[in-house]
Design a protein around this ligand. Structure first.
Ligand code: SIN
Length: 290
């Protein structure tokens, strides 16, 4: 590994030791993800408990809460502590709760949502702050169905100084039609399309992160088409470095809360023909800023 990349990794992994009084926080890896214990999300949380969860969220980006028995109302109440709930554009079509997306895969599925690296909703002017995925029924033991998350701060920080300088100031187009490739969106779907900085700053921590993803980003505005394609392919490929990511193995009634602003995630559909049932609530975010 080059010295500048190693320096970035050392800066991240030698951060100050965190202390929590009310919750347990056990990192999944030194760079992303933590299991949180001692919290019952079906109950109203106290102010200090919430502050500790918020601190752990900013430090680890992906929080895993196991053995939670949650109704949709519990799920939404927990999410509301972090912002306004996202209402699904096509909720009228399925008649479900606009704030709760049912994500089920069975032997009759021909695709699953999120089966490639992506950041949720970046085609919108204001992509989600974060999402909470609650898996009630994972595939049978041994059948898989894990989800991966990658740290996009570290993806940026490990680049060479020259590459960082080149990327700073560029913008990219994110197009809501990309996930529909091979399918026809319903006529009611108003396709979002937005221009965002390629390198954005986290609104709460000020840390920079790479803000392009293969799920939505189509091209870099300031570059020729070939240049943009080559650069995006390189940037998209960074998430394949295993050291940037954590992998969550679902157990029944696990909720994972991730920071959508500085991560990408990937649902692994390796359990066909087994079933997996989940519900997702997302929280509105702000406009990404350079
Ligand atoms: C998603 O992309 O939000 C779904 C992730 C998953 O089902 O594991």
């Amino acid at each position: 590994m080059e010295q500048f990349a190693l320096d970035a990794l050392k800066r991240l992994t030698t951060r100050a030791h965190e202390t929590y009084d009310l919750i347990g926080v056990d990192p999944l890896t030194p760079v992303i993800g933590a299991e949180v214990s001692g919290v019952d999300l079906s109950a109203e949380l106290g102010g200090k408990e919430l502050d500790e969860i918020k601190r752990a969220f900013l430090a680890h980006h992906v929080l895993v809460f196991r053995d939670q028995k949650l109704t949709n109302e519990d799920h939404k109440r927990f999410a509301r502590h972090f912002g306004v709930l996202h209402e699904r554009q096509l909720a009228d079509l399925d008649g479900g709760d606009p704030a709760v997306l049912e994500l089920s895969a069975t032997k009759d599925s021909d695709y699953v949502d999120g089966e490639d690296w992506h950041t949720d909703g970046t085609a919108k002017e204001e992509p989600a702050l974060g999402s909470m995925l609650y898996v009630t029924q994972p595939p049978e033991i041994g059948a898989g169905g894990d989800t991966l998350w990658a740290n996009m701060h570290l993806a940026y920080e490990m680049l060479s100084p020259a590459m960082k300088e080149f990327l700073d100031g560029l913008t990219a187009i994110h197009d809501g039609l990309v996930p529909w490739q091979g399918y026809t969106p319903p006529p009611e779907y108003v396709v979002p399309k937005s221009e965002h900085p390629v390198v954005a700053k986290h609104p709460d921590t000020g840390r920079k992160m790479l803000f392009v993803n293969p799920g939505f980003t189509t091209h870099i505005v300031q570059l020729a088409r070939d240049e943009s394609r080559a650069l995006l392919d390189f940037l998209f490929g960074l998430v394949h470095k295993p050291m940037l990511s954590c992998r969550v193995r679902w157990t029944p009634n696990t909720l994972v809360f991730w920071d959508n602003r500085c991560t990408q995630h990937h649902a692994v559909w390796d359990y066909y023909p087994h079933a997996r049932h989940a519900r997702r609530v997302s929280i509105n975010g702000g406009r990404p800023e350079a």
